[in-house]
Structures are given as C-alpha cells and as structure tokens.
Design a protein around this ligand. Structure first.
Ligand SMILES: [Zn+2]
Length: 199
C-alpha cells in the first residue's frame, strides 16, 4: 500500500470471505496507482463471468477494466513488460502456478496486487492463497459481517447443495458467516432434504 518509488517489486495480498470488500479494496488501490500515472494491468479468471468479461466489478458496483485469463501461465504470457502494477482478482481460481508467477513479476520490479478467497466453502485454506500470503510483502485480511448475527465474519457459507469446490455465484448462493454461525455441512443437509421432497 505504501509503495516505494522505483523498481522495487512488491506483492500485496488482500484476502477474506465473500462480501468482505476484497474487490473494492483492490480496485481502490489500482485506481490510486492510475492516478499516480503508473502503467496498470489487471487480470481476472475467465471462470468468473458474473458481471462482465472485461471488468472487475465489486459487490458495491465499483468497476475497473480487466483481462480474463484461464490460469497463471496465460496471465504471465499476457503481461505487458512495461506494466508497473499488476492487479489480480479472484486469485484462488488461477492455479498453484500463480505463486511462482507473482514472485517472478515482483522480482522483475513490478508491484503485484492479488485479491482472493482465503478459505473455501468448507472453511479449508483455498490454494494457492495460503502460499501467496507466505510470499507476500504485505497482507490485508478483510472480514465481512455475519448475515445471521451481525458479528465479524471470516467464512463463506454456501447455501446451495454442491460438493464442487468451485461454484461461482453471489447473493443467494453464498453468505458471510462468523465462526459460530458457519455450517459447512449445510449444502449436504439441503441435498438430503431435497431428495425427500416429492415433485
Ligand atoms: Zn454469526
């Protein structure tokens, strides 16, 4: 955040559950870099088609242009050598190679900002975010507000029945929950209930 001038590379990671303002914070930092007339390049996973293919959009509807890539290798191939700041949203969807790619870009002198979910729908560390936290120069952990009780929330509660690691969605499919209200087995419970309801 307090960026050095010049060519010292840097990795910043913003992580937390859904609805905690990660994209908003990422966009805020990238906008400030643009105001400082730095050359900014922004990526997001092609899997995330919720709002727009060529933009990162926060839940509060902040937007910034971005390029969609399917993995970290494609991201690296698309990096403009002149870019001074590289922004990445939803880093958890870009694969384990993102750690190496981010490190390489920082070693080249670029400021790399990565936002992503730190845990999955079962509360497990969502790779490669833990590894990115380890190699980062600066970390911000964002908390949401528990939609059940109003306490600070670190979990992403999935509300639909699915055992897939990745189910891209927003309001209605997920909500933020605190430790006490988080129910990782809720999806399975819903699935069991659904089979008992006749059509
Ligand atoms: Zn709660």
């Amino acid at each position: 955040m307090n960026v050095t001038k010049g060519t010292i590379g840097w990795i910043e990671v913003i992580c937390g559950p859904m609805f905690s303002g990660k994209s908003e914070e990422l966009i805020r930092r990238l906008r400030r870099a643009e105001i400082a007339r730095q050359r900014v390049q922004i990526f997001k996973p092609a899997i995330d088609r919720r709002y727009a293919q060529d933009q990162i959009v926060s839940h509060s509807d902040l937007r910034i242009r971005s390029e969609a890539v399917s993995n970290a290798a494609e991201l690296q191939a698309r990096v403009d050598v002149r870019a001074e700041v590289i922004g990445v949203d939803e880093g958890q969807f870009l694969g384990p190679e993102l750690v190496e790619v981010a490190t390489r870009l920082a070693d080249m002198g670029k400021r790399v900002l990565i936002a992503g979910l730190d845990t999955d729908y079962l509360g497990r560390p969502f790779h490669p975010m833990p590894e990115l936290l380890a190699v980062a120069d600066e970390i911000m952990k964002t908390l949401a507000i528990c939609m059940q009780c109003g306490n600070p929330a670190k979990h992403t509660q999935r509300l639909v029945a699915s055992s897939d690691l990745i189910v891209v969605g927003a309001e209605g499919m997920y909500e933020a929950r605190c430790r006490r209200c988080f129910e990782p087995n809720l999806a399975a419970v819903h699935a069991a209930t659904a089979t008992t309801i006749p059509d």
